[in-house]
Design a protein around this ligand. Structure first.
Ligand SMILES: Cc1ncc(COP(=O)(O)O)c(C=O)c1O
Length: 438
């Protein structure tokens, strides 16, 4: 693509150059990507992993390291978009999965891990007396929404512009075609007035408000405490079920963001790392709400899902929560993330870039900031962050192309020093070449 403005043209040229260097060094990945695209549109089944010219193929992973099929090693700062919080191959989880291989799986019957994992998680999250497992965070949100519609007898769903709650629940511009067909009411994130207005107009028919305590995929934009507490109050006033999507933010403490904030929703949805790195999702709330799935209490809903209680996830999840995800471990990770973000901000500023986030989740943005909601990113030129992505990759640091960092427990303080150095060097090089002027 050729830009008409000189700064844009310089960016395009620098990106073309970076992509060509990337491709030259990865002949094996290139070949595998070409072959995969014959049978998988874009060569994979997870759109977020795709980037130009092609995503590298991983041969091995260990701790905080990824090694690709061309032999390049990367410090993994992406942490599987938060699902990889445990780091690669934690022995506690590997041992638990080996025990399942010995015992048997795909049982078509109930086994003990399911009960134990539910006990562990309901103990941790203040909003959940009872819970149910699903195969993904998307499915957990779909179930939570439908449970709220059933419980309230209302139809509509209040969500925020730009929010991502799964492949079928994406409210950015690109998400519309695949949205689950609920009747949505929209408000603006971190704008409590917009929530109050939406509820004043539609509250009588709104079943639930689905919100992340920090917009994750939307750019790591933390909800202001007064915004989140205000929503709690407004939902109670209007009889609307407040659902916290903690698929990403559950990592903020053992009891998630809700514990750290002291704001307790009516329902919570979970996903990602809490299944020990296996496919996972969950939703839960008060016994009264969840009783809808219990025929003994007059519940009328059935909740199907062949793999909801799959042996690998249940057992791996128990091992992860009991043996790895301690309060100390999660607090340490939170503090490390806060410190890293503080170190990164001044490095980015001279290039007109900024960082947002909370705890171990960080978003890098192609605007100087401050960034509070998705509207503040309207003028962000994604090419600038993609360039930074390539510069970091050349320095053996892997983050998301969109500038997303999710630290894992395997990342060490020395790794973080190396990241700061790589980022300084990358920004300096781009500024020196005149392609990233603020
Ligand atoms: C906040 C949030 N909710 C829901 C989901 C969907 O989870 P899954 O990918 O397991 O369907 C994601 C995934 O990134 C997410 O970030």
């Amino acid at each position: 693509m050729i830009s008409e403005d000189p700064a844009g043209a310089a960016l395009d040229a620098a990106l073309d150059d970076a992509r060509a260097r990337y491709a030259d060094r990865r002949p094996r990945s290139a070949e595998q990507a070409r072959a995969a695209a014959e049978v998988l549109p874009a060569g994979s089944t997870r759109s977020v992993l795709d980037f130009a010219p092609f995503p590298f193929r991983v041969a091995r992973a260990d701790g905080a390291e990824l090694i690709d099929v061309d032999g390049h090693r990367y410090l993994d700062l992406l942490g599987d978009y938060t699902a990889g919080l445990l780091g690669h191959n934690p022995p506690e989880v590997a041992d638990a999965v080996r025990a399942v291989l010995d015992r048997g799986w795909s049982l078509g019957a109930v086994a003990d891990g399911e009960h134990r994992l539910a006990e562990l998680l309901t103990d941790r999250f203040p909003s959940m007396d009872q819970m149910r497992f699903t195969n993904s965070g998307t499915e957990a949100n779909l179930m939570a929404i439908n449970l709220a519609r059933h419980a309230t007898g209302r139809n509509r769903v209040l969500i925020f512009d730009g929010a991502y709650h799964g492949g079928l629940l994406y409210f950015g511009a690109a998400g519309a075609a695949l949205q689950a067909p609920f009747d949505y009411v929209r408000a603006r994130y971190n704008d409590l007035d917009s929530v109050a207005e939406a509820l004043a107009e539609h509250g009588h028919d709104v079943a639930c408000l689905l919100v992340e305590p920090m917009m994750g995929a939307g750019g790591c934009l933390p909800g202001r405490p007064d915004f989140l507490a205000g929503m709690r109050r407004l939902c109670a006033e209007h009889g609307v079920i407040l659902i916290f999507d903690e698929v990403m933010t559950s990592r903020m403490s053992t009891g998630g963001a809700q514990q750290r904030l002291g704001v307790v929703p009516d329902m919570t949805t979970l996903g990602k790392y809490l299944g020990g790195g296996m496919t996972f999702g969950a939703f839960g709330g008060s016994s009264e709400l969840m009783g809808a799935f219990d025929p003994a209490r007059g519940g009328q809903l059935t909740h199907g899902g062949t793999f909801n209680n799959n042996s690998m996830t249940m057992t791996a999840g128990v091992a992860a929560v009991e043996r790895i995800l301690t309060a100390e471990a999660l607090d340490r990770l939170f503090a490390e993330g806060e410190e890293l973000r503080e170190r990164i901000g001044p490095i980015l500023a001279p290039a007109g870039l900024s960082a947002t986030g909370w705890g171990s989740l960080i978003g890098l943005h192609a605007v100087p900031g401050p960034v509070e909601g998705p509207a503040d990113l309207a003028d962000a030129d994604s090419r600038r962050i993609e360039l930074l992505f390539h510069e970091l990759l050349e320095r053996e640091v892997y983050m998301a192309t969109r500038g997303f960092i999710a630290l894992s427990l395997a990342v060490t303080p020395a790794d973080l020093d190396a990241v700061v150095e790589a980022l300084s060097d990358a920004v300096e090089s781009l500024l020196g070449r005149g392609v990233l002027a603020g």
